[in-house]
Ligand binder design. Structure first.
Ligand SMILES: NC(=O)c1ccc[n+]([C@@H]2O[C@H](COP(=O)([O-])OP(=O)(O)OC[C@H]3O[C@@H](n4cnc5c(N)ncnc54)[C@H](O)[C@@H]3O)[C@@H](O)[C@H]2O)c1
Ligand SMILES: CC(C)(O)[C@@H](O)C(=O)O
Ligand SMILES: [Mg+2]
Ligand SMILES: [Mg+2]
Length: 352
């Protein structure tokens, strides 16, 4: 395990150089990895493992869209694709990739199949950390660990196919076999992680819930909407407001920030932009910090996890979700975005 300096703090990370795929294949040679659930993470992790030569099977409800997707992705019913219980029985490592709320419902079934020496793998610290809400308490004689890709399952697969790798965190909650570290790192490499950084279950879920509600999705949509509204109410056209709020960020500036960092970005725009951005960033930090404190507190007190469990278990969950997504999709800002996206040259149909 390498110790790397992250802005002055030493942290443990595991790279592919240090733990190559050949080592992961060796560690997992006698294992059957059962990926339970084929939603967003399921396909990314199962397909990457399959392409990496790991003995992977999928457990999914029959007569579902996800079952059909698994078939069209190359998993074969009766050979590498099974009903959930059959996969649980066959698997020596159970990758529990149902939605966090569904994991509660299926837990008694999963527990039944966790015989001594097996491993229970998560991609989130949710079920274990909030066990008073989820009831997920594994038996003491199985390994329990997580690999949490820091991004969507869609990106995990795409980046794998491009020869790249998404970063993941890893954590061990229970080492019953004495081999949990090798198992979890091997899985982390096999699912296509670029590198792995160490965490624990509680830190993973607190940071993940904060991030997705914060800068990754909740906050960014709120900030987009605020700036777009101000531009629109001051007479700017939708195309101008969208380009200046979203399109330039995602298409031009963020890829450069990703490559070079924010100081480089500031240094490589006009002196006018530089001055303004330097003057304003602290004001935005100070304005949003209390909201982030409120958010973190809501995560740490278990309010966010409870809300997510409650809403997910309602019968009209999908219907309500679709209504809320429709509100976003049909907002003027994202309708303008649809037109803007269609105008990107790579999205234009070129006539011969
Ligand atoms: N979505 C992501 O990109 C992402 C990223 C990092 C970590 N995670 C974590 O990975 C895990 C899986 O998340 P996901 O987003 O892939 O899940 P998901 O919401 O896509 O659901 C996964 C599967 O659960 C099945 N399912 C739902 N309810 C069920 C039930 N009652 N009984 C049986 N099957 C049921 C669905 O058919 C689906 O195949 C979660 O712990 C999540 O927090 C997800
Ligand atoms: C992809 C995300 C937002 O990082 C993940 O945490 C999720 O829950 O889907
Ligand atoms: Mg998450
Ligand atoms: Mg996340």
């Amino acid at each position: 395990m390498a110790k790397l300096n992250f802005g002055g703090s030493e942290e443990n990370v595991v790279t592919r150089e240090e733990f190559p795929l050949s080592k992961a294949q060796e560690v997992l040679a006698n294992e059957t990895v059962a990926v339970i659930g084929y939603g967003v993470q399921g396909p990314g992790q199962a397909l990457n493992q399959k392409d990496n030569g790991i003995n992977v099977i999928v457990g999914q409800r029959k007569n579902s869209k996800s079952w059909d997707k698994a078939v069209s992705d190359g998993f074969v019913p009766g050979e590498t694709l099974f009903e959930i219980e059959e996969a649980l029985e066959k698997g020596t490592i159970i990758c529990y990739l149902l939605s966090d709320a569904a994991q509660i419902e299926l837990w008694p079934t999963v527990k039944k199949h966790l015989t001594p020496g097996k491993a229970l793998y998560f991609s989130h610290g949710f079920g274990i950390t909030f066990n008073e809400q989820t009831g997920i308490i594994p038996p003491a004689d199985v390994d329990v660990f997580l690999v949490a890709p820091k991004g969507s399952g869609t990106s995990l697969r795409r980046m794998f196919l491009q020869g790249r790798g998404l970063n993941s965190s890893y954590a061990i909650f229970q080492d019953a076999t004495g081999n949990a570290w090798n198992r979890v790192i091997a899985l982390g490499i096999a699912v296509g992680s670029g590198y792995l950084f160490e965490t624990d279950f509680k830190k993973e879920v607190y940071s993940d819930l904060t991030g997705e509600r914060g800068t990754l999705m909740g906050c960014i949509q709120g900030v987009f909407a605020a700036q777009y509204d101000v531009l629109r109410s001051n007479g700017h056209s939708p195309s101008e407001a969208f380009n200046e709020t979203v399109e330039e960020l995602t298409q031009s500036l963020m890829p450069l920030v990703a490559e070079n960092g924010m100081d480089w970005m500031y240094a490589n725009c006009s002196t006018t932009a530089q001055r303004g951005a330097l003057d304003w960033w602290k004001k935005f930090r100070d304005a949003t910090k209390p909201v982030f404190e409120e958010l973190y507190n809501s995560v740490a007190t278990g309010k966010e996890s409870q809300k997510s469990i409650d809403s997910n278990s309602k019968a009209d969950y999908r219907e309500k979700l679709n209504e809320e997504l429709k509100e976003l999709r049909e907002s003027e800002m994202w309708q303008a975005g649809k037109t803007v996206r269609s105008l990107r040259p790579e999205n234009q149909v070129v006539e011969a």
